[in-house]
Write a protein of this length. Sequence first.
Length: 72
Amino acid sequence: MPIYEYKCMKCKKEFEVLVFGREDRVACPDCQGENVERLMSACGFKNSGQFSPPAGSSGCGSCSSTNCSSCH
């Protein structure tokens, strides 16, 4: 069950939603608008308690391959 990031086209708020299936309707938690756009986001995986950015990506400006002190 993935967590997706969305942006509401009505109020411009960005939010995350846990999606259970393709038929799930997504609405903005602030204005209840259903005109939302799914955003592309970087993902990272935790392994043994350390943050690992996706291969070929540094994540954010201060991330290294095994540690991220500024955002995680």
